[in-house]
Design a binder for this molecule. Structure first.
Ligand SMILES: *Cc1c(COP(=O)(O)O)cnc(C)c1O
Ligand code: SF4
Length: 387
């Protein structure tokens, strides 16, 4: 049985290694490019390497100058290959490359925007809702999203949750019979080796009152080769197991990502998506609709659309709440209901996810409800008469 403490050691800054720019010319044709560990090892993590590969804008250069000690940068060769190098506004680029705006603190911003630390009975475990918990097992990700809501925890390449801490979290779950659902997240749980992740999942599965296990991840998008046969054959042993995959833009849905999602779906893992609404990246209704419709084609059911959290240094990514409502209005009724996610705000300070929706109710009277449909037409729904 593999030791639970076995962990994948993320490499340190890659300047120490030989830099081979050829890798990035056509990273997908490199003989090792389908090996996920090769991808992780060859991530771009330094200004020197990045500036060799792409012409940086003044805002990006400034961002790097100041970026010591903040959310690290890491971009897999695969994800980097999706960047349009000639477009400073490329939606993939904006998610991955730091900018000076990250150092601006705006009103209302919080280090722990969703009040997770204050709802944490045991380190690494967040218990906000009555019947389910969030378990943060890993601190690293394949690619660091510049808008990350947990930028206080991730991006420092710290080791994953240790065995003692995991046991303490398990003891807590075991002691609370009302918990029937564990959401494993991080960082990214799929950055762990399959054996390491299986150690966690197997322990959780041994808790009799746990109905379902969920994994929250962005790895199928930023490192799709991680979703190999070994991983899916492990996951399929622990059903019912669900996965929420973080997608941002239709350009992320490549043949590689499609293969990864199809593998997971074929292993019986129900797939949902989570998307953060991001200014200049996916806030046009047409862009969002394209993403959601493409997700259905790869058997991913859109789950949540998040208003961008009030994490420190993310104001340049935040859209007005009205843009999200408008996107939902342009989806509901206009396309497949399965394509429509729930738009939520994760309440600052720890109130949990609050759904927000366009107003379809015009008036509620005692005997009838007056409704507006997706085309703006008005309808009456008459209540049953009082007995
Ligand atoms: C999002 C979240 C969950 C899961 O919420 P669902 O609405 O069930 O998907 C659980 N715990 C915490 C702390 C969360 O932030
Ligand atoms: S994958 Fe998730 S946890 Fe990791 S940097 Fe992106 S948003 Fe943050």
């Amino acid at each position: 049985m593999p030791a639970l403490s076995e962990s994948f050691e993320p490499p340190s800054n890659n300047l120490a290694r030989e830099f081979s720019p050829e890798i990035f010319e056509d990273p997908n044709s490199h003989p090792e490019s389908q090996d996920w560990k090769w991808q992780v090892k060859n991530r771009i993590t330094s200004f020197e390497v990045l500036s060799h590969l792409i012409k940086l804008t003044p805002e990006e250069k400034e961002g790097f100058k100041k970026s010591n000690g903040r959310l690290a940068m890491a971009i897999t060769p695969y994800f980097f290959s999706l960047i349009d190098k000639n477009d400073p506004n490329c939606p993939i680029r904006k998610q991955a490359i730091p900018r000076i705006e990250e150092f601006k603190v705006s009103p209302g911003e919080l280090v722990d925007p969703c009040g997770e630390d204050s709802h944490s009975p045991v380190a690494g475990l967040v218990h906000r809702y009555p019947d389910r918990v969030l378990l943060l097992v890993a601190n690293s990700c394949a690619m660091y999203c510049r808008y990350c809501t947990r930028n206080r925890l991730v991006g420092r390449e710290r080791p994953p949750m240790g065995i003692e801490q995991f046991e303490a979290a398990c003891d807590y779950i075991r002691s609370k019979k009302t918990i029937r659902d564990v959401l494993i997240s991080g960082g990214d749980p799929l950055m762990l080796t399959t054996a390491h992740l299986e150690g966690y999942i197997r322990r959780l599965r041994s808790i009799p009152h746990l109905d379902i296990i969920r994994i929250g991840t962005r790895v199928p998008v930023t490192l799709p080769m991680r979703v190999d046969e070994e991983l899916v054959n492990m996951l399929r042993k622990y059903h019912p197991l669900y996965m929420s995959i973080h997608f941002s833009h239709p350009r992320e849905i490549t043949p590689e990502v499609s293969t990864a999602c199809n593998r997971l779906a074929d292993a019986g893992v129900p797939l949902g998506s989570q998307t953060v609404l991001l200014k200049g990246i996916n806030d046009r209704p047409s862009t969002m609709k394209k993403l959601l419709q493409k997700l259905l084609k790869i058997r991913v059911r859109p789950y949540y659309l998040y208003q961008c959290d009030l994490a420190v240094g993310t104001a340049h990514f935040r859209t007005p709440v009205s843009s999200g409502i408008n996107i939902i209005r342009k989806l509901r009724g206009h396309t497949t209901g399965y394509a429509v996610p729930t738009f939520v705000i994760d309440a600052p300070g720890g109130g949990g996810k609050i759904p927000i929706s366009p107003d379809y109710v015009v008036t509620r009277l005692k005997d009838k409800t007056i409704l507006r449909n997706y085309e703006g037409k008005i309808y009456d729904y008459i209540e049953a008469p009082d007995e």
